[in-house]
Design a protein around this ligand. Structure first.
Ligand code: PLP
Length: 460
């Protein structure tokens, strides 16, 4: 067949839309997308014919290319990923995994009407602000609480409420940039406050603060230097000492705690991660932290502390722009109920943190034994170091175990690429020229699909 004959064999759009197979596609993808798909497929077909590369079966070619195109088009870009990196709170991989009880509650609230802004006692308009407050206050032993979009917003809101046109006193050693360009000095500027730095990078004394606090001070801010540590010749002022000074000068004292750690991490060998309860006890007036770091819940910024100050925050119109959805309140409330009732084992973040090295090793070995013969010969269970992530104790690892994979002809980088191209994609870690899958962060319901992924890659 010559080119012209082939061109004449191209079906008209009307003919295509009449095919029974097209009807099938339409019921799955909708008429509009299917039509657009065929338009593009026909263009592609014409240029192939022009290039002398006509497909043998034109109808089959059109159906296949439309189906492939539509499948990709309706796929969400935010997809599930298997995390073999060993980083528990991985900001790039969505941070905390939600507990089942939270997911169930999200379905209950999201799938039904609810009393988000309805006062069931009075039968009229209520405030969304009240949700999560009672449970937060109870759990942390504080007077009041407020929830916003994320911790960056919480810090912004505290500064804006108390220090617009005024000064915020911060230790120079705490002027940090947290991943994703969260910089205290920049936030300060946007919030309309003037930054007053005290001390030096490695040392800040109580009298440095005393000298800096004056009639124009709106807020004293303590910032948890999450993702970095200054070590060696250092000195900082304790929160309780500073709380006394702030009380004397009647200046609100706030802390950006970052990850908002709830438990003692000493049993994991981690000694320098402060707990929210320590900050509450030390007399800090307002404390903010993320809902999706060590708290193990949804993205949110949680502010807890004194009622008179929280009332001021609630009066700030900026709050309206930072407010959260009903799903966030629903998730936080259920998360707090888990904490309050001691159901820690149901919170994936804490389950991962507290799984012993022996348990992870046993799980990894068990997995490796179920692999195909070919895959098994390229695998080895090796010790690994997991990380907490999310800006918590950057230097310390948690002893863990990993599956170390060496492929007959894909080097570690190529193997990492291949794992990322699977569905669901797998993200591992390259360490000393080996591709590792740290099992601490691999979930029970990842195992089956991971097994077939590994087997498949070793069939290559
Ligand atoms: C992570 C972090 C933030 C930012 O919190 P988001 O919830 O991501 O907005 C701010 N401050 C500190 C100290 C942090 O560790």
């Amino acid at each position: 067949m010559n080119k012209n004959e082939t061109f004449r064999g191209i079906p008209k759009m009307d003919t295509i839309l009449g095919w029974p197979e097209t009807g099938q596609l339409e019921s799955n993808f909708g008429r509009q997308l299917v039509k657009e798909g065929f338009t593009a497929a026909l263009d592609c077909l014409r240029s192939r014919i022009k290039d002398g590369n006509a497909p043998e079966n034109i109808k089959q070619f059109l159906m296949d290319s439309v189906f492939e195109r539509l499948r990709e088009e309706v796929e969400p870009s935010l997809r599930r990923v298997i995390n073999g990196s060993g980083v528990i709170i991985h900001t790039n991989l969505g941070r905390a995994i939600l507990p089942d009880a939270v997911l169930d509650h999200l379905k209950e609230i999201g799938g039904h009407y609810n009393c988000l802004e309805y006062d069931l006692e009075k039968g009229g308009r209520g405030h969304r602000d009240v949700h999560a407050e009672r449970l937060l206050a109870k759990f942390f032993g504080v007077e009041s609480a407020c929830v916003v979009n994320n911790n960056a917003a919480a810090v912004m809101l505290m500064i804006n409420t108390f220090a617009t046109g005024k000064e915020v006193v911060v230790s120079r050693g705490e002027l940090v940039e947290i991943g994703g360009s969260f910089r205290i000095p920049e936030i300060m500027k946007k919030a309309g406050a003037k930054l007053v730095e005290v001390g030096t990078t490695n040392k800040t004394h109580l009298q440095d603060y005393e000298h800096a606090i004056g009639p124009n001070t709106g807020l004293v801010l303590k910032v948890h230097p999450s993702n970095y540590r200054i070590s060696g010749f250092t000195e900082s002022v304790t929160a309780s000492e500073l709380a006394v000074i702030c009380g004397k000068h009647k200046v609100p004292f706030a802390e950006d705690m970052g990850s908002g750690n709830i438990y003692d991490l000493k049993q994991l060998g981690i000694h320098d991660e402060p707990q929210v309860s320590d900050s509450v006890k030390s007399g800090i007036n307002l404390i903010s932290f993320s809902g999706d770091k060590l708290f193990g819940g949804v993205q949110s910024g949680i502010v807890i502390g004194r009622k008179n100050l929280m009332d001021k925050i609630r009066e700030n119109h900026l709050l309206r722009t930072l407010r959260v959805d009903k799903l966030v309140y629903a998730a936080l409330e259920q998360q707090l109920i888990l904490y309050l009732t001691g159901r820690l084992a149901e919170i994936p973040t804490w389950k991962m943190l507290f799984e012993s090295e022996a348990e992870v090793t046993a799980r990894t070995l068990e997995f490796s034994e179920t692999l195909s013969k070919k895959a098994c010969s390229g695998c080895e269970v090796v010790p690994s170091q997991s990380k907490i992530g999310g800006g918590t104790t950057p230097e310390q690892g948690i002893k863990s175990a990993a599956l170390s994979l060496s492929h007959p002809f894909l080097g570690p980088d190529k193997l990492a690429d291949a794992f990322r191209k699977l569905s669901p994609p797998v993200v591992g870690r390259i360490h000393e020229d080996r591709f590792l899958l740290d099992f601490r962060t691999i979930l029970k319901d990842d195992l089956e699909v991971l097994r077939s992924h590994v087997n498949r890659l070793f069939e290559l």
